[in-house]
Design a protein around this ligand. Structure first.
Ligand SMILES: NC(=O)c1ccc[n+]([C@@H]2O[C@H](COP(=O)([O-])OP(=O)(O)OC[C@H]3O[C@@H](n4cnc5c(N)ncnc54)[C@H](OP(=O)(O)O)[C@@H]3O)[C@@H](O)[C@H]2O)c1
Length: 254
């Protein structure tokens, strides 16, 4: 067993949308405030119960997010960074080696293969920042991460190879469970790569609609002959005010 368990844990509308529109993240925009109003009074307690259950079952040490939760889709790679050649700390080759700056037991991990996010914090609530990049990530961005003492793992050539990244988390950092709280593109990529083991959904009594609105699992459609992922319902909880908590595990074909 070389792969950590991967649990997708998100809050969605009844129609499987995880935000209100494609062109901007929920936070820190007004869309986040509108999303808050969709949450019945029971929702925070159910989310706490979900986190407590995950902790009890798997003691996850990685929370995984996508860059789409931090920057809008239109954002490009960070500009204005000093060139990598100005980096005193690492040679060009060394930049593309994993960089673990702290001996941490919990990680807040973000896929940012294009180098789009400018970080304002490296640690919060006991979780240390870990960025997932690829060999196509601009060298100047990797030099920036090193200067800021921000840890990163390099996996993949054109974009982040999520399978290789989670396996590296296991072998290098001892991670046995990753909880993805990302948006639809990230979770869709995890699903297509066959990495998802469990889905924890909190469903809010609201319908958002709109083609292109981020959903639970976005990304490429099924290829010819590719089959949907079958799920087994593990538990369900219904609150009187309309919050649902659904827990599924992925059925692996033999
Ligand atoms: N309701 C909820 O629980 C919830 C949770 C999270 C987010 N959201 C909302 O959802 C929206 C963001 O969703 P989104 O779908 O736009 O963004 P997203 O899920 O963050 O997707 C983009 C991320 O996925 C990575 N990615 C996509 N395809 C990939 C592939 N094939 N291989 C490797 N990496 C891949 C991208 O990597 P690169 O950066 O390397 O390109 C990027 O980091 C925001 O509005 C956010 O606020 C809601």
């Amino acid at each position: 067993m070389d792969k950590p368990r991967v649990v997708v844990s998100v809050t969605t509308s009844v129609d499987g949308r995880v935000s209100l529109r494609r062109d901007r993240p929920l936070m820190p925009t007004d869309d986040g405030k509108v999303w808050e109003t969709l949450r019945p009074p029971s929702a925070p307690g159910v989310e706490e119960a979900r986190a407590a259950l995950l902790e009890r079952l798997y003691s996850p040490t990685v929370t995984l997010e996508g860059s789409g939760s931090m920057v809008p889709p239109s954002a490009g790679p960070l500009t204005g960074l000093p060139p990598a050649s100005a980096s005193a700390s690492a040679s060009a080759g060394e930049l593309y080696e994993d960089f673990v700056a702290v001996d941490a037991s919990r990680w807040f991990t973000v896929v940012d293969g294009r180098g789009r996010v400018r970080w304002t914090m490296k640690e919060a609530g006991g979780q240390h920042l870990l960025v997932l990049v690829s060999r196509a990530t601009p060298a100047a961005y990797l030099a920036y991460l090193r200067r800021e003492e921000i840890s990163y793992l390099v996996a993949g050539t054109q974009r982040v190879d999520l399978g290789a990244a989670v396996r590296r988390m296991r072998s290098l950092l001892g991670v046995t469970c990753v909880v993805s709280t990302g948006g639809g593109e990230l979770n869709g990529a995890l699903l297509r790569a066959g990495l998802v083991d469990e889905i924890q959904l909190i469903v809010l009594p609201a319908a958002v609609g709109g083609s292109g609105t981020p959903g639970l699992f976005d990304g490429p459609a099924l290829a010819d002959g590719e089959l949907p992922t079958r799920l087994r319902l593990l538990s369900s909880q219904t609150e009187a005010d309309g919050t649902l908590w659904l827990r599924y595990e992925v059925v692996r074909s033999r």
